[in-house]
Design a protein around this ligand. Structure first.
Ligand SMILES: [Zn+2]
Length: 321
């Protein structure tokens, strides 16, 4: 069972305890077979270094923003990898899940150490996370804004989930292909009412306490849709330049959102504010599958899972009525 989608969530189950892992690797694979036996035609286990080569192929570090910290956070390139867990956040709950499963590598979207540190002493929660992973032999790799920008990245997955066509980046990558960059904008197959489109978004997102917030007339018509996984309130100029009818992103703060609505033309772009975690969690399964495909093509065999833990920090919400 997956983390429940909003549309099917009964409001009582707890995604943190109700959801077993979501296997995307080879079901029933016997991990004792095939190790290091590529010459006999069977698959071999990759090293962390081999996986990093595949990660670079999918989500090149050159696509990361200047301020970002992506790539290997901790681990030895020479260590062999049998099990890889994908997650949005390297929280202790996710680390619990990785270590209980026996993961050799944890791939997260968000960096554990975005800012430089002078200590990883176990007295801080980040230092403790570093210690737990190293002591358990589990490497940690981050694919953050490179994972956003790449083809098949976070915003591509959102655009696909909403059925958008003819998508292009909202902001093309400075060092990439024309189809790489932050955010995406494209067209729905047919014109929809904003209220109906918001329902579609709600049904696709994993269930989180904050739900989905909308600014605009539910009867307003939308066709051109801009999306940006994660916090996207710095991209309003690009959203307007692309003449988007509605913008779906996360972490919309009061002032950028309010001013965007004041500057709206004929009410557009409408805004749909979704969970930051949820908008990026959707990427994990296709990302895990893509990594598995690259490794398989290279003659490697691994078990890959997507974390079932809901790491959205909000637990409940109060609304009038
Ligand atoms: Zn994010």
């Amino acid at each position: 069972m997956e983390i429940p989608r909003d549309g099917e969530h009964d409001g009582t189950s707890d995604p943190q305890t109700d959801n077993p892992e979501i296997p995307v690797g080879q079901d029933g694979h016997d991990s004792s077979e095939g190790r290091g036996s590529q010459e006999s035609g069977a698959f071999a286990q990759p090293t962390v270094g081999d996986v990093l080569v595949a990660v670079e192929e999918l989500w090149p570090e050159s696509l990361a923003e200047d301020w970002d910290a992506v790539g290997m956070v901790l681990g030895r390139p020479s260590r062999t990898v049998q099990r890889i867990l994908f997650a949005v956040d390297p929280t202790h709950e996710v680390i619990d899940e990785a270590l209980e499963w026996g993961a050799d590598l944890l791939v997260t979207h968000h960096p554990l150490l975005l800012k430089p540190v002078n200590s990883v002493a176990g007295t801080s929660f980040k230092g403790e996370a570093v210690h737990r992973l190293i002591e358990s032999g589990c490497a940690l790799v981050t694919a953050h804004t490179n994972g956003d920008s790449a083809v098949g990245g976070v915003s591509d997955v959102l655009a696909d989930a909403f059925g958008l066509r003819d998508t292009v980046p909202l902001v093309p990558a400075a060092n990439g292909l024309p189809e790489e960059g932050i955010g995406r904008v494209g067209n729905l197959p047919e014109v929809m009412k904003l209220g109906d489109f918001a329902e579609l978004v709600f049904s696709i997102m994993p269930a989180v306490a904050g739900g989905v917030r909308v600014s605009g007339d539910p009867q307003g018509l939308v066709h051109r849709v801009a999306v940006c996984g994660g916090a996207g309130d710095s991209l309003f100029d690009a959203v307007r330049a692309q003449h988007a009818d509605v913008y779906v992103t996360a972490d919309l703060r009061h002032h950028p959102a309010s001013e965007a609505r004041e500057a709206a033309v004929n009410g557009r772009p409408y805004l749909i504010d979704v969970s930051h975690f949820g908008s990026e969690w959707l990427w994990l399964t296709p990302a895990a599958s893509a990594l598995e495909n690259v490794l398989t093509d290279q003659g490697f065999e691994v078990e890959i899972r997507v974390s079932s833990r809901n790491t959205d920090p909000w637990d409940f919400v109060l609304t009038p009525g």
